[in-house]
Design a protein around this ligand. Structure first.
Ligand code: ADP
Ligand code: MG
Length: 297
């Protein structure tokens, strides 16, 4: 196991931010650490990267105990902090070279991470000139410099626009094919897009630990459909295996089916038979969404 957390508790003053947290992460694996704001995600990540010490409990990263062998932990971990501190007036390559010296990383490796993170066209710009998405790439490049086995990424996709999101997600997924990636997010869709497994934390306690595969094989699915006009909920309930219909906004409906099979083609045929125009049709993972809502509400 790349990360082992055993009954970790963290108390700030008189506030318990983590309460007997235990979980494991293997390699290669991309695990999402999902929870609402204030759940304790950043605290857990700071403890694993040895920036904070736990009040109680044990943890190890890459076989090294965090309280006994902090240096070895730091060597095996690449960390992207939540508020990624970058020196805005430095050039991208200069910034990476500056950090490379700290880790004793070769010039060739700097060029390698610049290529890996798609930063070649930006390498001679200052960090200030970069968009938020590209700044995140610089943060990722920095985390990858010393070629660590374990990546700990604190909300790596927060604040990115949809195009940047797709790029960063793909990058993280490809990194996760070989390494251990432990990433936090408060957005459920991020987990669905990138992760093999989800660990849900709420108010400092682990409330679920499940593979996405198991969740996908659940017995329910949601189809999101947007029509060009209002449709009565009762009418949509005529579709087979419908459990629930919610008109989320405007002409958008979330239809829950009690079946594993992809129901999109049924919805499509149903719309055509009834002269309804579909503007959008998506399938959503019902179980993760309802699980998250149920466990964190
Ligand atoms: P998350 O990353 O899931 O949003 P955090 O780990 O940042 O959550 O915070 C967990 C809880 O601990 C929150 O209630 C937060 O206010 C509190 N907290 C975090 N850092 C500190 C600190 N340095 N001192 C006191 N309380 C803190
Ligand atoms: Mg946080």
């Amino acid at each position: 196991m790349s990360i082992i957390v055993d009954n970790v508790t963290k108390i700030y003053g008189n506030q318990k931010a983590l309460n007997n947290v235990s979980f494991e992460v293997g390699k290669p694996e991309v695990v999402g650490f999902l929870g609402p704001n204030g759940a304790g995600k950043s605290t857990m990540m700071k403890i694993l990267t040895t920036y904070l010490t736990a009040s109680d409990g044990k943890a190890s990263v890459n076989g090294n105990d965090i309280s006994i062998n902090a240096k070895a932990v730091q060597r095996s971990v690449g960390y992207l902090p939540e508020h990624n501190p970058l020196y805005l007036d430095m050039y991208v390559r200069e910034y990476l070279s500056f950090n490379a010296k700290i880790y004793n990383v070769s010039k060739a490796r700097i060029e390698e991470v610049i290529e890996l993170t798609g930063l070649i066209p930006e390498a001679n710009k200052t960090i200030e000139q970069l968009s938020k998405g590209y700044r995140q790439r610089v943060g990722l490049a920095n985390a990858l410099l010393h070629n660590p086995d374990v990546l700990i990424l604190d909300e790596p996709t927060t604040g990115l626009d949809p195009n940047q999101l797709v790029d960063i997600r793909n990058l993280i997924k490809s990194i996760g094919e070989e390494k251990t990636v432990f990433l936090s997010t408060h957005i459920m869709q991020e987990v669905e897009a990138m992760c093999d497994r989800v660990i849900i934390i709420n108010k400092g306690e682990i409330v679920a630990d499940k593979t996405l595969k198991a969740l996908r094989e659940g017995q329910e699915q949601i189809v999101v459909v947007e029509f060009d006009f209002r449709v009565e909920d009762a009418f949509l309930k005529k579709l087979p295996k419908v459990v629930d219909v919610i008109n989320t906004h405007d002409f958008v409906y979330e239809i829950t089916f009690s079946i594993e099979e992809d129901m999109r083609s049924y919805v499509f045929d149903f719309a055509q038979d009834n002269d309804l125009k579909i503007l959008r049709l998506n399938q959503k993972n019902a179980s993760l969404e309802s699980l998250f809502r149920e466990l964190t509400s």
